[in-house]
Design a protein around this ligand. Structure first.
Ligand code: ARG
Length: 563
């Protein structure tokens, strides 16, 4: 429990307001010498029918100060609290250093499962820059929930079904020059582009494509073989990119996986009278909720994206019994999610209240040289590589003596890219510029990583002076105190990131820690003459190193020890 929580607990019975609500009331006093936390009594004036200064004085009399609070002072309508700095320092240092890699974790999720669907790329299509937010945000949420004790299931809901695969096979049969396994994603994309160009001149190609897709659907051996080889090839290739980003999935069940699970859903919708026939198609009318109908079966008998999502949601509930099922998907699909969630509700699946569309804004690239390179498609691979190359150049300049520049460049370049979509509200559109994301002094991953490496370097140099039992009472200067307060806030940031599905809460918490550390580093001599002070400051440096590493790890970003 932090001091705010214990104060709220102690105040709650005196105010007849719940502790959780009270926690949000605390303010920071206007001046530092007025204390560390201010409790605004005017918010109680209406209920208690007394003037705020009277309430403040009365609360001061009645309140038994919890551990960690040194004193309280009634000033006007406020009750100001002074944190017991020594106790705070000892408790924060003790916690971080004893919990290590687990500092900030929790057991609140024990016994519960969260499904996180993210990335969900399409087979035989580019793994593009536009997949960056879902991939990075989903991976971060996956890690954050796992850290909080939940069992997590990461799902890549592959787009591996649909008429486009009929087109791919048609194109391959006509113009393919080597075994389909040997086609890279870019070559498959080229085949697809060619199909569309030629189909403009020869519409008959579309009939062939339909026929091929029909063959896939009905289990024709050749069609299935070509389709599954295309799929395997794509997965093999994207796994290299995922690996580079430190990402993996527990399930790769794509849209095709639900083929045999849809008939039962379609039947149930008919039996319950939820779907109806409309010009040969089966639809669910959603006009009552001001939405266009959700199409379940098209007039040609084929199912669509939404049908597969309904089947997938039911499957996940059955297979994983989730307490929450997250879909990290762009806001362009808001309507789609509202529609199929509503259909599930009409089907009586009350657990749909636990399904959350975690949406996000768009990314755009400021570097114009990129958008023209391969048509208008930005391959994520190219961007990762460019980031690593640019970082390599920066490191050569900044740290010419560093031994393994390549692996540092890899960690920092990739980290910078992931961070670019993890530092703001998800829904905010991101305009991507190299200068911004690779700024080692800005609020960036490289800045946090650099600060982490700086802590490691200080600890290497100070290893002879760093022993056990640091005396936290020696960390009583304002810089140490500010740093300890920032570190203390980390566990709550992790929980709040999970509650809001917003990894940026973690990013901001570690930027605050990094910047408090750098102030401490410049203003205080860590290697002080007094060995006890030196030991305490090294312990604080060690705690900073640890919490930065934990935070970066939650965001899926590496924390190199040297850079
Ligand atoms: N593959 C889809 C696309 O790239 C995204 C899938 C989103 N997930 C879902 N369950 N519908 O647009």
């Amino acid at each position: 429990m932090n001091v705010k929580e214990s104060l709220a607990n102690a105040l709650a019975p005196l105010c007849s307001v719940s502790p959780t609500e009270l926690e949000d009331w605390f303010e920071v006093p206007k001046k530092a010498d007025m204390g560390d936390l201010a409790f605004p009594c005017f918010r109680l004036a209406k209920v208690l029918r007394k003037a705020p200064p009277v309430i403040a004085a009365a609360l001061k009399e009645q309140l038994v100060l919890p551990d960690g609070i040194a004193k309280a002072e009634a000033v006007g309508g406020y009750l100001n609290f002074f944190v017991d700095a020594e106790a705070q320092a000892a408790s924060v240092l003790g916690k971080v250093l004893s919990q290590g890699d687990r500092y900030g974790s929790s057991e609140i999720g024990n016994g519960k499962t969260v499904c996180v669907e993210y990335s969900s790329i399409n087979i035989a299509k580019p793994f593009g820059f536009h997949h960056l937010p879902t991939t990075a945000i989903g991976n971060a949420l996956y890690r954050i929930y796992r850290f909080l004790g939940y069992r997590t299931v990461g799902i890549n809901h592959l787009g591996d079904w649909g008429t486009q695969f009929g087109k791919m096979i048609t194109a391959y049969k006509l113009w393919g020059t080597k075994p389909i396994d040997d086609y890279s994603i870019r070559e498959l994309v080229a085949l697809y582009v060619r199909f569309h160009e030629e189909a403009e001149k020869d519409p008959g190609l579309n009939d062939q494509a339909r026929a091929w897709f029909h063959k896939i659907e009905t289990g024709d051996a050749e069609a299935l073989d070509l389709w599954s080889k295309m799929k395997d090839g794509t997965i093999r290739e994207v796994k290299v990119t995922y690996k580079r980003m430190g990402i993996d999935f527990d399930s790769w069940a794509g849209e095709s996986f639900y083929e045999d699970k849809m008939p039962a859903i379609i039947q149930e919708l008919r039996d319950k009278g939820i779907s109806k026939l409309d010009q040969g198609a089966e639809i669910v009318d959603l006009s009552e909720w001001n939405m266009p109908p959700c199409i379940i079966v098209k007039s040609d008998g084929s199912t669509i994206y939404a049908t597969r999502d309904i089947a997938a949601a039911c499957y996940r509930k059955e297979a994983y019994d989730f307490c929450k099922s997250l879909y990290v998907v762009a806001y362009q699909q808001d309507l789609h999610f509202r529609q199929f969630f509503k259909v599930l509700e009409l089907m009586g699946r009350d657990w749909v209240k636990d399904c959350v569309h975690v949406n996000f804004g768009m990314v755009s690239m400021e570097d114009a040289s990129f958008s023209t390179r391969s048509g208008n498609i930005l391959y994520l691979d190219d961007i990762l590589q460019a980031a690593v190359d640019k970082t390599y150049a920066i490191i050569c300049e900044k740290s010419p003596d560093l031994e393994d520049k390549q692996s540092a460049a890899e960690a920092v370049g990739i980290g910078a890219i992931l961070w670019s979509v993890l530092y703001n509200n998800r829904i905010k559109d991101v305009s991507f510029s190299w200068d911004k994301i690779l700024n080692f002094d800005g609020e960036t991953a490289p800045y946090v990583q650099y600060t982490h490496a700086r802590c490691c370097s200080v600890l290497r140099k100070g290893s002879d002076s760093y022993g056990t039992d640091p005396d936290a009472s020696l960390l009583d200067d304002p810089y140490s105190k500010a740093l300890l307060t920032a570190i203390e806030a980390f566990p709550n940031a992790v929980q709040s990131a999970a509650e809001k599905y917003e990894p940026y809460v973690v990013s901001r918490a570690i930027v605050a820690i990094a910047s408090a550390f750098n102030k401490f580093y410049y203003e205080q001599r860590i290697m002080a003459d007094d060995p006890a002070v030196r030991n305490a400051r090294l312990a604080l440096t060690d705690a900073t190193r640890q919490v930065l590493k934990n935070g970066l790890n939650l965001l899926g970003i590496q924390a190199p020890e040297r850079m």
